[in-house]
Design a protein around this ligand. Structure first.
Ligand SMILES: Cc1cc2nc3c(=O)[nH]c(=O)nc-3n(C[C@H](O)[C@H](O)[C@H](O)COP(=O)(O)OP(=O)(O)OC[C@H]3O[C@@H](n4cnc5c(N)ncnc54)[C@H](O)[C@@H]3O)c2cc1C
Length: 299
């Protein structure tokens, strides 16, 4: 069977794209190997009507909604490669199964690489986060460590200061802050630690202290880090899709990449939030449906 569209990735972006395409009476096959970025977190915030929902619960609701549309097929499979033919794409799963589709939407998200700090995996998503818009409210007025050796750390400090003024700043061995920025921190009574961070300590996901390589330990109740985003776009790149300087896929306003027939939505373009990924999925679906309509109406 030749599907109208294959959606690769079943997070908010891919499922939203599938819903819109299914409702547009398109035959859709959605592949997902179920490793979403927010799997580590207990609650997802900021999606109107679903604020605080468990990520798994959101996925379950979405799958139930998709199951109402007979032209949407869900496959719990990882896609290993895609080839572009004259009129369609050949899609191969990791298990070697082959599928064909006229259009492809990449909604594969990003992978995160956390800083090399002992214990961080236990706390990330429970009391250590990366996005204040997602989890700042839960951290409000708490004793927070901003841990980052990133160039833009001062921007993060300014932002997170809105949620809590009880901050310490840990640059993990780097010296990225200017003298002017350091004086600003001093003026705001924000302590700066420029030595290497060794470990986070606490229990049941709740961080209690940050320990530095020189033995200094400071009590904290939460933290924000700057993870590195590792691209999941090697298949898209192998098909010739352009990426931006941050490794995200370049798209127009309707999810179209530079390669005809290939679209992208969600974190794979720019890591952001569930509601934004879902919105981009909807836009990419409209892009696909517009292009299929234009190709088919006058033949
Ligand atoms: C700790 C943490 C907390 C967060 N909290 C919030 C929050 O409170 N509110 C909020 O709005 N956002 C939050 N986010 C961000 C949110 O998780 C992402 O913005 C959102 O999940 C992006 O959706 P997506 O569909 O683009 O990607 P994802 O949700 O990551 O989904 C991508 C899917 O594609 C699949 N996939 C990838 N490659 C393949 C392949 N080759 N074949 C088949 N499937 C594939 C993956 O397994 C995955 O299931 C948080 C993120 C983190 C890390």
């Amino acid at each position: 069977m030749l599907y109208d569209c294959a959606v690769i990735g079943g997070g908010p972006a891919g499922m939203s794209a599938s819903l819109v395409l299914g409702r547009a009476r398109r035959n859709v096959i959605l592949f997902d190997d179920n490793e979403p970025r927010n799997a580590v977190t207990r609650e997802s915030h900021g999606f109107l009507t679903r604020d605080g929902v468990k990520p798994n619960e959101l996925k379950k609701i979405a799958r139930t909604e998709l199951s109402k549309y007979p032209s949407i097929i869900l496959q719990r499979m990882k896609i290993a490669s895609i080839r572009k033919g004259d009129n369609h794409f050949s899609i191969e799963t990791l298990e070697g199964e082959l599928y064909s589709a006229r259009k492809i939407i990449f909604a594969t998200g990003v992978k995160e690489a956390l800083p090399n700090i002992e214990g961080i995996q236990t706390f990330y998503g429970n009391s250590i986060y990366s996005c204040p818009y997602c989890d700042g409210w839960e951290m409000k007025e708490k004793a927070i460590a901003i841990i980052s050796n990133h160039q833009a750390i001062f921007e993060s400090i300014k932002l997170i200061y809105n949620w809590s003024k009880n901050l310490i700043v840990c640059t993990d061995g780097s010296h990225t802050l200017s003298e002017e920025e350091k004086s600003e921190l001093e003026r705001k009574e924000i302590q700066l630690f420029e030595q290497k961070v060794k470990q986070l300590v606490g229990n049941e996901g709740m961080v209690k202290a940050i320990r530095f390589a020189d033995g200094v330990e400071v009590p904290i109740e939460g933290g924000f880090i700057t993870p590195e985003w590792v691209s999941t776009t090697s298949i898209a790149q192998s098909l010739g899709c352009e990426i931006d300087k941050n490794g995200g896929l370049n798209t127009d306003g309707l999810g179209r990449t530079n390669i005809e027939g290939i679209y992208a939505a969600g974190d794979v373009t720019t890591p952001s939030q569930v509601v934004i990924a879902a919105g981009e999925g909807s836009k990419a679906a409209i892009g696909v449906n517009t292009d299929l309509t234009n190709e088919d109406f006058v033949k």
